[in-house]
Design a protein around this ligand. Structure first.
Ligand code: SF4
Ligand code: SF4
Length: 190
C-alpha cells in the first residue's frame, strides 16, 4: 500500500462511509480500536487485515483498500466481533455490506471460491429443496479446479456409514415451494 493523503481520501469517500453507517445502523466512527473484535475472530488467521483494521480503513476513507481485501471474503458472518464490540458496532454487518459493495464495484479477485461455493449451495437447494452435501463438495471442487480435494475422507466416511457409496440427492416434499421462493426473490431483484 503506497502513501496516502488521509484527509483527501476521507473527503472523497465520505458519502460511501456514510452509506455504510446508514445501511448497517452502526456508527463506525465510534470505534476506538480496542481490537476486541479481532481478538475473537475465528477467521483472522486467514485475513490480510484484521476486522478492526477494516473498520479503521473505513474511518479513514480507504474504501478501495477495504473492498479489495481478502478479509471481507474470509469473514464467515459468525457475529463474534459484533457481540464482542464495546461500542455496539455491528462489525459482521459491515463485512456483509462491504461484500455487496465489492460485487457492485467489480472487485472480485478474492471472491471466486466464495462465489463458487454460494452458487453451488443455492443450486442444490433450488434443485432438491435441501442441501445435497456430496453434490456441493464435488461440484465446488470441479468449479475451483481441485477435483480431488478432501477425497481422502470419502472412504473412511463410507466405512463408518456416514456417507452412502453412491450419493443420490432426494427432493424434499416441499421442493416446489422452495423453488417458488427462489423465483420470487429473483423477480424482486433481491
Ligand atoms: S463475523 Fe467475520 S469478522 Fe466477525 S468474528 Fe466472525 S469471521 Fe470474524
Ligand atoms: S471491538 Fe468495536 S470498538 Fe473495538 S476495535 Fe472492534 S469495532 Fe472498534
Amino acid at each position: 500500500m503506497g502513501e496516502l493523503d488521509v484527509s483527501q481520501t476521507l473527503e472523497k469517500n465520505r458519502s460511501f462511509v456514510d452509506a455504510v453507517i446508514e445501511e448497517t445502523g452502526s456508527d463506525i466512527r465510534q470505534c476506538y480500536q480496542c481490537g476486541k473484535c479481532s481478538g475473537g475472530c475465528p477467521g483472522s488467521f486467514a485475513m490480510d487485515y484484521l476486522p478492526n483494521q477494516i473498520i479503521r480503513m473505513l474511518m479513514l476513507g480507504m474504501v478501495d483498500e477495504a473492498l479489495k481485501s481478502k478479509t471481507i471474503w474470509v469473514c464467515m458472518s459468525c457475529n463474534t466481533c459484533t457481540t464482542r464490540c464495546v461500542r455496539d458496532i455491528d462489525v459482521a454487518a459491515v463485512m456483509d455490506d462491504l461484500r455487496k459493495e465489492a460485487i457492485r464495484h467489480g472487485y472480485m479477485e478474492n471472491a471466486a471460491n466464495v462465489v463458487a461455493c454460494n452458487n453451488t449451495f443455492l443450486w442444490t437447494v433450488r434443485s432438491w429443496g435441501r442441501l445435497f452435501d456430496a453434490g456441493l463438495l464435488m461440484i465446488y471442487n470441479m468449479k475451483t479446479s481441485n477435483p480431488m480435494k478432501d477425497m481422502q475422507f470419502a472412504l473412511p466416511m463410507m466405512m463408518r456409514g456416514k456417507s452412502p457409496v453412491i450419493p443420490i440427492p432426494h427432493k424434499i416434499k416441499g421442493a416446489k415451494e422452495v423453488q417458488k421462493i427462489f423465483e420470487k426473490t429473483k423477480q424482486e431483484g433481491k
